[in-house]
Design a protein around this ligand. Sequence first.
Ligand code: PLP
Length: 371
Amino acid sequence: MIYLDNAATTRCRQEVIDVMNNYQTHDFFNASSVYAPAVSVRKDIDEARNSILDILCASDHKLVFVSSATEANNLIFSSINLRPGDKILISVGEHPSVFECAKSYAQKGVCVEYVNLLENGELDTCDLKRKMTKEVKLVSCMLVSNETGAISDIKKICEIVKSVNNKTLVACDGVQAFGKIDVCIDDLGVDFFVVSAHKIHGPKGVGALIYNKDIKIVPLMIGGGQENGLRSGTENVAGILGLKIASEIASENLKNNYVKVSAVKQNIIDELYNNNVDFMINGNGSPYILSLSFDGVRGEVLLHSLEADNIYISTGSACSSKHQDNRILEAMGRSKKEVMGSVRLSFNPYDEYDAKYIANKISTKVKMLKG
Ligand code: PLP
């Protein structure tokens, strides 16, 4: 199997599985209980919290563990206390967990405006300047696009927003950035940052919302008051410890991993050029993601044709694969044909990829499908 869909999810690392198994079988106590072994579990959760805040260089922030990045993005919206007539700005390129959430508030009378993307997939900061007014309560822009890998200039975005209104909150979905590119939240200046474990070789079902310590989080889950009252429900301790170790491994290897996947991505591009297939690269930023449009081929057909050879790719994000259109590629100015012919390859630093083999397979299939 050649797995090229790591932006959808990654394989859990053995170190992560070992830590999680150890908790499930030996240290399985409820962190809310008061005897010593349970208190030790509580300490482990807080250590995980501090470790991730340290990795993200987030000295003015706190962290709440949640079930997913989707939940974290929803929690941001519930904490803003939006009322009919309030205004928010959302990048057109946001993940559905932000985009659909914003749409649901629009149906309740909130004024949602969308900020355009540039042709390379980054947020268009000129459009942001045009749309940013002092009434805006929230601006949301992801750091790395899950569709194209495009990296937006979040620091500049924060500066633009805060220069108009220092109280406007900036949310950043960091799911495809965390553990892959250098992130320092203090430097970016964002109020919210979102991460998910299963994108960095951690387990599914756990994520975190990092938020400025002056912000009052309004919980989505009410009950036993776990996570300092912000997320009731017995903590997913195995998941939290899995996220911690996955974050630490990713952070320790960040530079080497970056170099390794950069070479993989470049080699595949070079080999595709050598094979004389017509293609276009959509967006260019993160070395972990390569979005391509092939002329005269349907992405979905190419995907299944490669699947027959045990090569797994995607036609865009797994979350949007049910939709025929792709609002992100369209916002970047891609034609309908280019959108239809688009596929996404996404890498991890631990598999050994044979770039020539992958590019040859893709080129052969594309030529065959074009007839
Ligand atoms: N945000 C981005 C940018 C993503 O790529 C994803 C996953 O596809 C999510 C949010 C949602 O993550 P989760 O699966 O943890 O809900």
